[in-house]
Design a protein around this ligand. Structure first.
Ligand code: CAA
Length: 419
């Protein structure tokens, strides 16, 4: 492996918006017919321009770029997003840009490509992620998102394929470990509570209390048709159908100097682990083995253990996934993720703060942007830029875990703060 060091200079997210966000225009909104929601192109350009502004990097210095996106062809009738990235800023025209697709891990793998590029000799690499999903109903969108499962075999589990696949996991997990609905509901309460402190979050204005998150009701229904899994997934257990974009800049030592920056301006990416399981098989429903494998690789590459991690962004596509993630990352034993949450350890002021900006449930989940956003969130926490959701002491070691499909593709990345 190359000894070239990789630094994350920072980046920016657009607001993540969709149904439930005060600015999102839909038929009952007072602005309906007066203005449109931002397009895919606009989210991408906003994130890229903001990333250059925040980092102070001259876009002319960018050697290459990667963009994470899952299914813009379906939601927006737009493919060929490498060229869209080249069009997102005038100074990028002509540079090599590549689109990366790995379902909901598209953003994480765009970052992996950038890390590899720096190690291979590039000095300044742009990473972006974008998804716009509100162009169709949630039900039609669920069919598009189902392409991240093994469509031929799994699509028929429910119209809402992914909520059903994770309803299946919730059932298996609760039965195996005797976990209550309230234990899982706490993940939604934390997600919305953190989002309420985050001006960019999809659910910044929506409150969630434990009673609502722990029992189905008129305003928080179980919405699956699959009778076996329906009781295990309520609206509040789901990540949001969000639109948004994220972009960041990674650099080598030379790239850092060329940008006029020092170590104190950056965080170091000390290692990553990328694991992929067969799309054609389902593993153990009560554990995320692919995430565990990716975490082991990332920890070994970074020379750390789970005990060293002081802040984490994990892929909570559903509430149960957050518990499964913290177990797979080694922060809790199998079946004990709920206890970690109940004890407050995963809160902003806790011993291992997780998803401080609201995660996929609260901040939102514009699929291709999510993995990029996670890295930006760790950079923000380490550099004291997280505003109302800043952890009290700047963390030294952090991780992100970005998952595609039902634990099929996972990218875990380790970061170290530099002073
Ligand atoms: N009572 C009873 N049923 C109700 C209801 C109520 N009050 N309100 C809604 N419903 C039912 C209805 O059946 C409705 O569908 P129809 O309107 O088509 O009949 C259904 O619930 C959905 O209702 P809405 O369309 O009004 O819901 P919404 O727009 O607010 O969306 C959501 C809510 C369905 C939970 C949506 O947020 C969602 O699908 N979230 C999950 C997104 C997802 O799966 N993302 C991918 C995660 S997986 C991952 O990350 C890995 C990967 O690689 C893909």
């Amino acid at each position: 492996m190359s000894s070239r060091r990789v630094f994350l200079l920072g980046g920016a997210n657009t607001a993540f918006i969709g149904k439930g966000h005060p600015d999102f225009v839909w038929k009952n909104h007072p602005d309906f017919g007066k203005r449109e929601n931002p397009t895919l192109e606009e989210h991408l350009a906003s994130a890229v321009h903001a990333a250059f502004e925040v980092t102070g990097v001259d876009p002319a210095r960018v050697d290459k770029g990667y963009i994470g996106n899952f299914v813009a062809e379906l939601f927006c009738q737009q493919g060929h997003l490498g060229a869209a990235l080249a069009g997102s800023h005038p100074a990028l025209a002509g540079k090599p840009m590549t689109r990366v697709e790995a379902a909901c891990a598209s953003g994480g793998l765009a970052l992996a490509c950038a890390i590899d590029a720096i190690r291979a000799g590039s000095d300044t690499v742009l990473v972006a992620g974008v998804e716009v999903q509100t162009t169709v109903s949630a039900r039609d969108g669920a069919d598009y998102l189902a392409r991240a499962s093994h469509y031929r075999r799994q699509r028929s589990i429910d119209d809402f394929t992914f909520p059903a696949l994770f309803g299946r996991r919730t059932k298996a997990y609760r039965e195996r470990y005797g976990v209550s609905e309230e234990d899982i509901g706490r993940a939604a309460v934390k997600a919305y509570g953190n989002a309420n402190k985050n001006p960019l979050a999809h659910m910044k204005a929506k409150k969630m209390d434990l009673a609502t998150a722990s029992a189905a009701g008129d305003k928080n229904p179980c919405f699956l048709n699959n009778a076996e899994y329906a009781p295990y997934i309520k609206m509040s257990d789901c990540s949001q159908v969000s639109d948004g974009g994220s972009a960041l800049v990674v650099v080598s030592e030379a790239g850092l100097r060329a940008a006029g920056k020092t170590y104190a301006d950056a965080i170091e990416i000390t290692g990553y682990g990328h694991s992929t399981a067969s799309l054609y098989e389902d593993g153990d429903l009560t554990q995320l083995w692919t995430t565990r494998s990716a975490a082991e690789k990332a920890y070994a590459a970074a020379g750390i253990s789970a005990r060293d991690v002081q802040v984490a962004e994990v892929h909570d596509c559903f509430t149960v996934t957050e518990l499964l993630m913290v177990e797979a990352l080694g922060f809790a034993d199998a079946g004990q993720g709920g206890a970690l949450l109940r004890d407050g350890a995963m809160d902003i002021g806790g011993s291992i703060p997780v998803n401080t900006g609201g995660g996929l449930v609260g901040f939102g989940h514009p699929v291709g942007a999510t993995g990029v956003k996670q890295a930006i969130e760790i950079w923000k926490q380490m550099k004291g830029r997280a505003g109302g959701y800043q952890v009290p002491s700047a963390p030294k070691v952090g991780v992100t875990a970005n998952m595609g499909g039902d634990d099929r593709t996972v990218m875990v990345t380790a970061y170290q703060n530099l002073e």
